[in-house]
Design a binder for this molecule. Structure first.
Ligand SMILES: Nc1ncnc2c1ncn2[C@@H]1O[C@H](COP(=O)(O)OP(=O)(O)OP(=O)(O)O)[C@@H](O)[C@H]1O
Length: 349
């Protein structure tokens, strides 16, 4: 079966007066129809850059290399005409902050109708009925089509964005922090809506969020990004509840768990800041903030190693850390038999 999305060795570098910023460095991702893949990471890790690269929506100062296969066709090689045909139909994006994405002086019904008319997917006399259907699908009464964006709440506007994204029945939806600005109740409603749509229509969804707990609740698989790279990838429940990479581990404790009072009291957050992408540290880029850093981490930049299958036999899990790579077990054994703990390195940078 051809993957819905297969991204190989994606690199994105922004150029500017201050020099080059390598925002995405060798990302691989894949997604089948009906799958939901979450991409997590703190601000600046490159999540939105990946999302925008998928449909070539990046600004002109971004240089992109690698391969982005969408239903077997390389998006990076597409001519403009083909790319326009693929946007909205092959894949569409729901951005955060619908107020900025919607046109404030245009009725929402007309905005939802726009991709349908551009792609000639509904006859002019059928467009009204299709818009009504889409509004109902996202839980808004069809009568709201006459409203302007400022007449709707934040959650309702986000629903309108989802209706627009669904209008052309795309095979892939990319939701970039689609619920971040909303209060928890509305956030839960929108997440349920997206989950239901994936279930009902069999589309694939790439969901981007800095909040691992949102991805754990919505996605089958999760990829964790740090400083432009994926540092851990695997089934959502494992990455969130038994993270293998120290950064994924820090991120998984960064948000309190609903219904677990102890987790509200647990120390949270990660000391320090992410590295300057233009001047990363040598070796593993996470080492200046890592709680289990060792001397070797200053020289080894670990690739994504496959992890051993878990008790469910699931082996499709990878992490980029010397503690999980080949030889890690032997090194661990050597340390415990000599009675020494890990030789914590000086983390001056
Ligand atoms: N247009 C641009 N020109 C130059 N650098 C950029 C541009 N857009 C993003 N960057 C830089 O690229 C890196 C990745 O940014 P990106 O927005 O992809 O991260 P993110 O993980 O989505 O963060 P956030 O959650 O805050 O949106 C950051 O260092 C950012 O400053």
């Amino acid at each position: 079966m051809t993957s819905l999305l297969d991204v190989r060795n994606l690199h994105v570098t922004y150029s500017g007066s201050g020099g080059d910023v390598p925002a995405v460095r060798g990302v691989d991702l894949s997604l089948n129809p009906g799958d939901t893949l979450g991409v997590a990471g703190e601000s600046g890790s490159g999540k939105s850059t990946v999302a925008l690269a998928l449909l070539r929506l990046l600004p002109a100062n971004a240089k992109v290399t690698g391969q982005i296969m969408l239903e077997g066709e390389d998006v990076l090689q597409m001519k403009w005409g083909r790319l326009r045909a693929v946007r909205w139909v092959g894949a569409s994006v729901v951005f955060q902050g619908a107020m900025h994405s919607l046109n404030p002086v245009k009725r929402i019904g007309d905005q939802i109708a726009e991709p349908l008319l551009i792609h000639e997917l509904a006859k002019p006399d059928r467009v009204g009925a299709r818009v009504a259907e889409l509004l109902e699908q996202v839980g808004l009464p069809a009568s709201r089509r006459q409203d302007y964006p400022h007449q709707l709440s934040g959650g309702q506007r986000q629903r309108v964005m989802i209706a627009m994204a669904l209008a052309c029945e795309p095979r892939l939806i990319i939701a970039d922090e689609a619920t971040t600005a909303l209060d928890v109740m509305i956030q839960a409603q929108i997440l349920n809506l997206l989950e239901r749509l994936v279930e009902q229509t069999g589309i694939g969804m790439l969901m981007i969020s800095h909040d691992l707990s949102v991805l754990a609740a919505t996605c089958d698989r999760v990829a964790v990004m740090y400083a432009g790279r994926i540092v851990e990838q695997g089934p959502a429940r494992q990455v969130v509840h038994e993270p293998a990479h120290p950064y994924a581990s820090a991120l998984s404790t960064a948000f309190p768990k609903i219904g677990d009072p102890a987790s509200r009291l647990a120390p949270r957050g990660l000391p320090g800041d992410p590295p300057d992408p233009a001047d990363p540290p040598s070796g593993c880029v996470f080492r200046p903030r890592c709680a289990v850093v060792e001397t070797v981490c200053a020289t080894v930049d670990p690739p994504l190693w496959p992890l051993r299958p878990d008790r469910n036999g699931d082996s499709d899990r990878h992490a980029a850390c010397v503690h999980v790579g080949p030889g890690a077990e032997a090194a661990e054994h050597g340390r415990s038999s000599s009675g020494s703990s890990s030789s914590t390195e000086e983390t001056s940078r």
